[in-house]
Design a protein around this ligand. Structure first.
Ligand SMILES: [Zn+2]
Length: 131
């Protein structure tokens, strides 16, 4: 691991930080610039005390269409917290995504896509889609 501020590999362990669920994670101090950081520094998860798995699960169920309040009830959180996580991640996603080329079309290759409407279909019944 390198210092996220000056990229130096000259770092030392500097205590533990405890997350909401009691799990601790290692903190580090840079011996070059003296700044402290942990593995979440510089990510959307920086300064959150919620485990990454919880935020990830919230974003997954929101992507699947579950409402913010239902997601909050499921994860024993508040809907405003869920919306704040979304906002935080959306801002970072924009930073991470390279800009789309303005002079080219963007094409997605989709190998398989199944949608359930009024019950289940086995994939073999949808074989005609490939023809
Ligand atoms: Zn540093």
């Amino acid at each position: 691991m390198n210092c996220p501020y000056c990229q130096s590999a000259n770092i030392t362990r500097n205590g533990l930080a405890r997350l909401q669920n009691g799990i601790s994670h290692q903190r580090y101090r840079c011996l070059e610039c003296s700044r402290r950081f942990n593995e979440r520094t510089g990510t959307p998860m920086a300064r959150l005390r919620t485990p990454t798995a919880t935020v990830s699960m919230a974003m997954n169920v929101r992507t699947e269409g579950m409402g913010a309040r239902a997601t909050a009830r499921t994860l024993d959180s508040s809907h405003s917290t869920i919306l704040r996580w979304e906002q935080r991640l959306a801002q970072k996603c924009a930073d991470w995504s390279p800009p789309a080329p303005s002079d080219k079309d963007i094409t997605e290759d989709v190998d398989e896509l199944y949608t359930r409407v009024h019950g289940n279909f086995s994939p073999s019944r949808l074989r005609w889609l490939d023809d």
